[in-house]
Design a protein around this ligand. Structure first.
Ligand SMILES: Cc1cc2nc3c(=O)[nH]c(=O)nc-3n(C[C@H](O)[C@H](O)[C@H](O)COP(=O)(O)O)c2cc1C
Length: 313
């Protein structure tokens, strides 16, 4: 399937049409992120949505201005599942429509395929991902760091274990990873809608020792067990101790270290009082309003949910 390539500047040059209406001209569903950040418009199934190609901030501002306002008061709504009368053996709920679609086999290391394509594919396809907003402190205790990581997940509860994937090597570690390996400590903070811009700001590539706390305007709250502060705005923070790291090497460029997995044990939880029930069991989705990571520059909200009972054999 082919893509229609054009520069973001060309978009501006289109006479008397807004970015959105220019999509109508192409007679396709508007996919603004795909358009702007890759400089090419692709049909939905093959669209690249990474921010890697985004350079023209003026264009982005224009598209952003064309969008509806954020609905701050959008509440989490529970709906019925797509097929409430589904029964064993029924399979998909789309009447078999998806079975008529074809798949494309992709070799992540096919000749001529840049590894960045795997990045774009994975971050846009493995969605939504939780984001660990990680707070760390340097070994000498003099500097602090805060940055978001969406290669992040909880993988066990006894003990509470979390994984975080850091792009790059241990030798040239991102500041968070450097602090984490040097001190063995961090705080994982969950991001909610009410501080999404500030959390995003912490991704700035500031030199080691420059604190993203001031840049973001987020506030520190003391931790109990680890030295690093937790984010006061966060509904759920987890004080963590590093269990181990494992470094990975590129398949395309053997010998080049390209990723580090950190396994972190949660040793203390902090939940905002109004977001957790009396038994300190369940976090209320309606209060948490979690922000997830999607492809490209996109963040996701969770405003609709369905409940389906677990099967019994
Ligand atoms: C939402 C979001 C998620 C990110 N996830 C990751 C990730 O999982 N792994 C990674 O290495 N970088 C990730 N980044 C990029 C880092 O946040 C960025 O490199 C940051 O500057 C690292 O900060 P540090 O050097 O202070 O640790 C992400 C950025 C954003 C905005």
């Amino acid at each position: 399937m082919s893509c229609v390539a054009f520069s973001p500047r060309a978009l501006l040059a289109l006479p008397k049409v807004s970015p959105v209406s220019s999509f109508r001209h192409l007679n396709r569903t508007p996919q603004i992120h795909g358009l702007l950040f890759s400089g090419r418009y692709c049909p939905k199934s093959t669209m690249t949505t990474t921010s890697a190609f985004f350079k023209a901030s003026d264009d982005f501002d224009q598209v952003q201005a064309s969008r509806p306002d954020f609905k701050r008061d959008a509440e989490v709504k529970f709906t019925k599942p797509p097929k409430p009368d589904w029964k064993e053996g029924d399979g998909g709920n789309d009447g078999g429509e998806s079975l008529n679609k074809k798949h494309i086999e992709i070799d992540p290391y096919a000749e001529g395929r840049p590894v960045s394509n795997n990045y774009k594919l994975l971050i846009s396809g493995m969605v939504p991902r939780p984001i660990a907003l990680i707070s760390t402190k340097s070994k000498d205790g003099k500097t602090e760091n805060l940055a978001p990581f969406s290669y992040a997940q909880v993988i066990n509860h006894d003990p509470p274990l979390f994984t975080v994937g850091f792009v790059g090597s241990l030798e040239k570690a991102k500041d968070s990873l450097r602090n984490l390996t040097e001190t063995g400590e961090c705080v994982i903070n969950i991001i909610s809608e009410h501080f999404v811009e500030a959390a995003n700001a912490t991704a700035v590539n500031a030199p080691y020792g420059v604190s993203e706390w001031e840049i973001s305007g987020l506030h520190q709250a003391p931790s109990s067990i680890v030295q690093a502060a937790r984010v006061k705005e966060s509904m759920l923070s987890i004080e963590g101790k590093l269990v181990e790291t494992k470094e990975f090497e590129s398949r395309g460029t053997p010998g080049k270290k390209t990723g580090v997995l950190a396994i972190i044990e949660g040793v203390r939880f902090w939940a905002r009082e109004d977001a957790i029930d009396q038994e300190t069991n369940v976090i209320d989705l309606k209060v948490l309003k979690p922000i997830s990571r999607l492809g490209g520059l996109a963040y996701g909200r969770t405003t609709e949910a369905v409940e389906i009972p677990r099967p019994k054999f």
